[in-house]
Structure formats: C-alpha cells, structure tokens
Write a protein that binds this ligand. Sequence first.
Ligand SMILES: NC(=O)c1ccc[n+]([C@@H]2O[C@H](COP(=O)([O-])OP(=O)(O)OC[C@H]3O[C@@H](n4cnc5c(N)ncnc54)[C@H](O)[C@@H]3O)[C@@H](O)[C@H]2O)c1
Length: 254
Amino acid sequence: MTQDFIGKVAMITGAASGLGRATALLFAERGAKVVVSDVTIEGGYETVKMIQDKGGEATFVECDVTNESSVNNLISKTIEVYGRLDCGINNAGIGGIWTSTNNYPTNNFEKVMAVNTTGVFMCMRAELNVMLQQGSGAIVNVASIAGLSGFPKNIAYAASKHAVVGMTKSAGLEYAKKGIRVNAACPVFTITPLVTDMFDVIGDDMKDKLEASIPMKRFGQPQEIAEAIVWLCSDAASFITGHALPIDGGMMAG
Ligand SMILES: NC(=O)c1ccc[n+]([C@@H]2O[C@H](COP(=O)([O-])OP(=O)(O)OC[C@H]3O[C@@H](n4cnc5c(N)ncnc54)[C@H](O)[C@@H]3O)[C@@H](O)[C@H]2O)c1
C-alpha cells in the first residue's frame, strides 16, 4: 500500500460506521493522521481502535454536524491535535423516510436537510477557513447518485444530495485558484447500516429490483467508495475540482 498521505491530516464526519469508517481506515493505511468524527461516540472510538490496532494514528472528536458550535469545535480540535487539515470528508448523513412526496412529513424533510445539506455546508465552511490559511487542501462531500438523478419516494434525500452537488460545484469554482479542490462522491446503494435499514423497510422484492437496476448487477462495498474518496484527495487527482463522481457500477451511464 502506497503511503502517500504521510504528513497529512484527514478529518471524516460520520466515521463511526459504513462509508466513513471505511474511508478513515483507508486514509490511515495510506499514512494520514485521522480525525474520526461522529455523533455516535462508541462507534467513533471503535473506528479509532481499528486504526490504532493496525499501527495507524487517529483521534476521535464528537460532533453533531447540525450544530454550528459543534462543527467549529471539531475543526478547532483537529488543528489543536494535529496542527493542520489537508483532507475534509463531509460524509455524515441520514437516509430519511421512504414515502411518497404528497405524504412526506415536513419535520422529516427538515431533519434530512439539516444533516445532509446544512451539515455539509457548515463543515465545508470551517474547513475552507483553515485550508485558505494553509493555501492547500482537498474536500470531498459525500453526495449520492440521488444527487444526480431523481429518487422516487425519498424527496428529502434527493433534495439534500442535489444541494450537496450544487455546493460542491460552487465551492470548486470559488477556490480553484486558491490551492483547494472540492469534489463530491456519488455512490449508488452500498452495503452499510443506512442501506440495510432501508432494505428492511422496502422488502426483498424491491431490494432485488434495485440490485438488478445496477449495470454491474450488484451493490457497492464500502471499500470501493473509500478508494474513490481517498483518490479524489490524493495528488493523483490534482487537476480535478468541482466534480461529482458517480461510484455506481455504471448506473449513471444509462
Ligand atoms: N450506503 C449507501 O448506499 C450510500 C449511497 C449514497 C450515499 N451515501 C451517503 O454516504 C454517507 C455515509 O452513509 P453510510 O451508508 O455509511 O451510513 P451509516 O448510517 O453507516 O453511517 C452514517 C454515519 O453518520 C453519522 N451521523 C448521522 N447523523 C449525524 C450527525 N448529525 N452528526 C454527525 N454524524 C452523524 C451516524 O452516526 C453514522 O455513523 C451518507 O452521507 C449517505 O447519505 C450512502
């Protein structure tokens, strides 16, 4: 494994589980010092332990991305502990409920937007302020293919992820000359608790239909998404900004 992130610091929100955990583990394997952040404390410490058990360096910082002072504290703590921030991965997200738009409750809509959209915005803002001082940095916002195409029966999720893609493109343009790259990762259904919970709600028939709709005829694995996120932060992606990258077994090509 190439240790091309030695000397770099990566911060990942929502890293107690799923894609965030896989991304934190991969950054650590590639040599980065990792700030593992989540609102879920136990899972966060578990991720840190998994990294340390493999000889990596990581610290847990609790953060609820819907809370502005919690987000600002996360970035301050990152600087306090490791002195810099090279990679900001704004991954924390929730799935919302599975129901038709004409019945979608306002409070659920607002909750999804608060975590998936306002949370990403506030994290990105705090990260940009540090990266502007450094004159360098890479941000990856975790959107979804639901940020690129419609998602029937989950209007809030699609709205929140389209907003993430819009924020990514805007910030990518704004900071292109300042040494800061901003991209979005757009995964298709990937086996994590967020998606297995959804499968429980929609049932096996719908799950099979979703799997069949992916050109590669399978769901993604967290490691496959982590690889793309880490690559977007690496020097190998030095000319890529403002991009929303589908990681989707071919889905968005159709
Ligand atoms: N799994 C998929 O199929 C898939 C597909 C496309 C996009 N995504 C996106 O990937 C991201 C990660 O999802 P996952 O599948 O790993 O889900 P997950 O449920 O396994 O992990 C999400 C993590 O976010 C944390 N979180 C939730 N609300 C938070 C808050 N307010 N503040 C801080 N942390 C919070 C949770 O505690 C959890 O650890 C999400 O943004 C999700 O929308 C997932």
